[in-house]
Write a protein that binds this ligand. Structure first.
Ligand SMILES: Cc1cc2nc3c(=O)[nH]c(=O)nc-3n(C[C@H](O)[C@H](O)[C@H](O)COP(=O)(O)O)c2cc1C
Length: 226
């Protein structure tokens, strides 16, 4: 007899699709080829992008595996030019402190190859920002707090899926972390139990954009078979 707790509710997993091994390898290679073309860009065209692409990409993020299915995330799409301006001003204030006071020498040395500085024009140039918030707990209708688990891991996985979805739809992104990001709660009206996780800048790359000529570690450096 299979023990089932009173609250469990299972159903057949009809959606799973199985492929022949050769087709699996082809699909894996094709997906790698697609992902290997993703790069962070730091200069965006201000051309509009379809709202539906952002919505579907966020729906993709919402499918992510996560601790006890609490789905501890919230995504705020910012398109309003005035709000983007306010975010840029606040981010540049933090970045000024980072580059001039807070960052240790070795961190600044590691950043040299990216040619980044305290100025963040892309925050205003790009047609959309997605501010990602993590939720350490949820407030139920009764007012009671419900704990969330593995919050950072869950939001990190969802964010990776979001970036991947945007890339495969044909949008470029920049993962931006003007730390600390508490100003995003204030500017975007998010509650205290949410923590800004990162700011994803989305749009088309500005024409002629260049990216740092950096390399990814080869497979034999990042994988061990035992
Ligand atoms: C958590 C995280 C924070 C990052 N923060 C910044 C940032 O604040 N500014 C920036 O220009 N790039 C930032 N990046 C982008 C990284 O520099 C970039 O992903 C890395 O150099 C690899 O380049 P690629 O994304 O083109 O593969 C961040 C990336 C991650 C994952």
């Amino acid at each position: 007899m299979i023990y089932m707790s009173k609250t469990s509710d299972f159903r057949p997993y009809h959606e799973f699709t199985r492929f022949e091994p050769s087709e699996m390898v082809q699909r894996a290679e094709d997906f790698y080829t697609l992902l290997s073309k993703r790069r962070s860009v730091r200069s965006f065209s201000s051309e509009e992008i379809p709202d539906e692409v952002l919505d579907y990409a966020i729906k993709c993020a919402g499918t992510a595996p996560n601790g006890a299915n609490k789905q501890p995330w919230h995504f705020v799409i910012v398109k309003d030019p005035q709000k983007k301006r306010e975010i840029r001003i606040a981010a540049e204030k933090e970045e000024h402190l980072f580059y001039n006071e807070r960052a240790p020498e070795d961190w600044l040395a590691d950043l040299e190859q990216f040619d980044t500085n305290e100025h963040k024009p892309f925050i205003e140039e790009a047609p959309a920002l997605i501010a990602i918030f993590s939720q350490s707990y949820h407030i139920k209708e009764s007012g009671k707090q419900e704990k969330h688990y593995y919050v950072k891991e869950s939001v990190g996985i969802a964010t990776g899926m979001l970036i991947t979805a945007l890339h495969q739809a044909g949008l470029a992104t920049l993962t931006h972390t003007p730390s600390p990001m508490g100003f995003l709660n204030e500017l975007l009206g998010r509650p205290k139990h949410e923590k800004a996780f990162l700011l994803l800048v989305c749009g088309y790359p500005k024409e002629g954009v260049e990216v740092p000529n950096i390399q990814k570690k080869p497979l034999n450096h990042i994988r061990t078979i035992i």
